[in-house]
Design a protein. Sequence first.
Length: 591
Amino acid sequence: MTDNGTGLAPAWVAQTVVTYDELCFAQGALWWLQSDPDHGGRQRLMRSFAGSTLSVTAPEFSVGGQLHAYGGGSFVVAPDGVWFVDNGSLFHLPTGGTPVCVATGDDQVQYGDLSLSWDGLPLAVRGGDSADEIVSVSRTGHVEVLVRSSGFLASPRLAPGMLAYLEWDRDQMPWDSSRLLLAAVRPGVVEPGVVVAGDWQESVTQPSWGPGGRLHFMSDRTGWWNLYRWNGVAEAIAPVDADCAPAPWEGGYQSYGFTPRGEVVLTATDGIATELLLVNGTDRRRIASNLTSIKPYVAATGTAVAVIGSTASSSPSIWSVDLAAGSDGRASLVVPEPPSPSPWTVSPPSVETVETVNGPLRFLLHRPDDTGAVPLIVRAHPGPTDDVPLRLDWTTQFFISHGFAVAEVLYRGSTGQGRAFRQSLHGHWGEYDVDDCAAVGEHLLAAGVALPGALFISGASAGGYTALQAACRPAPFSAATATSAIIDPARWERSVPPFQRPHAAVLRGPAGAAAPDRVRVPVLVIHGTADTITSASEARHFAGALSARDRNHESLFLAGGDHYLSDPASRQHALGAELGFYQRIMRRGRG
């Protein structure tokens, strides 16, 4: 578990990290996706019933696909079994049977964003390079197209006589502009959809049919993603100056649910901490008060609500809160988390704020102890439309155990602080995000928290681009690590899957490409060779150009590694490489 008592071992951390996604309640049981470190990080479908948890899918399957590049909505539970997606193809797993592929996906066509029709058959979004379709699929593999659009489609939700779904144009991202449509459904006919919410200045997400057959959805029309009910007009439910939904990177998000008494349970986040609220008319109260981070899946199970949650000192897992207990509404674990390695003690972070010329800037600060200056890593999250969840992260704990502090910055462009803050990075990517990360680094140097000459920046994907642009400045960082990084936004816009091309177009600005001849400090490039989001060949060319200029630059290319380095072996090598890189930089500085 530890490297000779000097810190957590990369192998242990890589094997311990388990992800949970797509939690739901169906057919009297809880269901979710869980990564399996023993089988290369494959996604297993899990089921929990009456205190017993088991894997529904065998290790040879990895539930998920690449619809709109990032997948989601990867399974749906029916009375006679489960429908799920593996590598973009649609499978039917009958109760007590074996999976059968009923519709094949490939590099051009992907299935995902599944939901259930009233006859127990799945609805799915079938995505292609130039058009999306909402389809129904029979057990024999017959595919019927219900809706077709030259834009993107998502979240098909069927009710008696009505189909709700989302649509957005191919030159937009769904968190900038999207529409909610309602279509009348008759036997064999789906009428053209009518827009009921959304426009080019509004993002609508997560439609769902609630009590009384009323349609609910999230909208940021006030500047915050809040919950609404459609009753001929949009009625706000529990309006709050907080985001109650994340940016819709994936299908299947459901950050609210309904109790049998008609109450609403929903999440609300400020970009760092997430709360779970129970809303009954004008009354609202916080439940699961011991949780600090909650993923966008709320599963109401009758008298209880289950979530994927975590605390500042515990990693994400499945939790449940008993709504009938009448106590303080604290959540309890459904799936136990792995014990911390002895003698390591988890170090919870503090929420910090630094005042800048652009206003207050918030970040999480993780410290190995409270005494003296230490090497410090400023971390730029991916996205950049992502947040900084207040939860235990074993990758962060790995560096803390080796004597580093870590600062996670909620820089401009992050989610959780409203539409204006989210869009403030438009046209300034590689500038404002770098300014904010640098401001945190400079503040921690001045405060005596960061050791001079040992202030580093690290980022993955979009955060990798931030790290590379920071490396093009002479200060304050001594080195940078870029994992699965975007290097040239203009080139990335041409090569990235169609879903994300508008993101590159709206974000990129004068900073341009991270050119090797502009880099001022040592850089470590880490990239998986099977990355489908950012180009491994471009990263290899960039790393080669860096090394030709200065041997202090380093690179690690992981055979078969994906964009997320999901395989524990890839994660282990990446952790070891990043730690070793910083240690070599510090040794050279002391020499």
